[in-house]
Design a protein. Structure first.
Length: 310
């Protein structure tokens, strides 16, 4: 089987993806800074086909050494979300843009790249966002990913670009800043959810299905090569208020709707996923199942450091 490098492989999606690829027989190298620790890898670190390299995509020399001799580069490493990017704009740019440039420069002819982008590149959209919708990101995070996408497209390297819906669900590297995850955590531990812009629509995707899109893309790469794909499922378009009501099916809490916040990405539109669906991709985990999984975890889990992105 093939050799696969995953940048950011100890992250929220990477820690779900790596075991999938090991089960398929691939040899995996995880390249990560481990800024949140190595615990996400404990469940599968004993696998004989797993290699682990501590490194930063901003370090071109270390990255070039890691990229060598791999068939696939799955580039997930990033500072994710507009709050994290706004907190340290320079680190966000050097990681998300310059780091992507380093990946491309390290690649050789014949290696294939799958690049993780985001629906936040669209900005404010009227109607339904398709892959043909012009991207006009409103935040530094979206702008970073737009710029990185351009680098990938202009590089001449074999590639596919995946623009993900808002992900939710458990992972060995939990994230509480994601909307569904945050709502469930708040309902359990604070017994309330503070909701703003409740009518805003988004599309959601379970962490398992987000990870599964990578082996799917590898299997369909000949058809997906050189193109951009929205990754999600049309059945998972919901308003933020819809999400709160889904959580209420399983938990009792006080829902307080107030004008206390603003989504700087202006994500208030449906997304069309028919292009990827036409190749056979479909989400396996629905919102109900994902929320029930989160309830199991968050019922016994609390943040040790409230300032840390758990």
């Amino acid at each position: 089987m093939e050799r696969v490098l995953i940048t950011g492989g100890a992250g929220y999606i990477g820690a779900v993806l790596a075991p999938m690829l090991l089960e398929r027989g691939h040899t995996i190298t995880i390249f990560d800074t481990f800024m949140y620790g190595a615990e996400p890898l404990f469940g599968f670190c004993q696998h004989p086909k797993l290699n682990i390299v501590k490194g930063d995509v901003r370090d071109g020399l270390a990255l070039a050494k890691a990229v060598k001799d791999h068939d696939w580069i799955l580039h997930l490493a990033a500072i994710v979300g507009y709050p994290a990017c706004a907190a340290d704009p320079q680190r966000a740019h050097t990681t998300n843009v310059d780091g992507t440039r380093n990946v491309l420069m390290a690649m050789s002819k014949g290696q294939r790249l799958i690049f993780a982008s985001t629906g936040s590149t669209y900005g404010k959209v009227v109607g339904i966002a398709t892959e043909e919708t012009p991207i006009a990101p409103l935040t530094l995070y979206g702008q970073n990913k737009r710029d990185a996408e351009k680098l990938v497209k202009d590089s001449g390297q074999e590639h596919a670009i995946l623009r993900f819906a808002t992900v939710f669900g458990p992972s060995p590297r939990l994230r509480l800043d994601l909307l569904v995850n945050d709502f469930v955590y708040q309902a359990i531990h604070n017994r309330q959810i503070i909701l703003y812009e409740g009518h805003f629509r988004r599309t959601f995707l379970h962490s398992h299905d987000a990870a599964a899109s990578y082996p799917f893309t590898m299997d369909h790469f000949d058809k997906m090569r050189g193109q951009v794909y929205n990754v999600g499922d049309t059945s998972m378009n919901y308003t933020k208020r819809d999400i709160a009501e889904y959580v209420r099916k399983y938990l009792e809490f006080y829902l307080h709707e107030a004008d206390v916040g603003h989504d700087l990405d202006q994500r208030d539109y449906e997304v069309d996923y028919s292009k990827l669906a036409a190749l056979g991709y479909k989400a396996e985990v629905d919102l109900d199942s994902g929320i029930q999984q989160l309830i199991k975890i968050f019922s016994v889990f609390t943040k040790h450091n409230p300032l840390r992105n758990a």
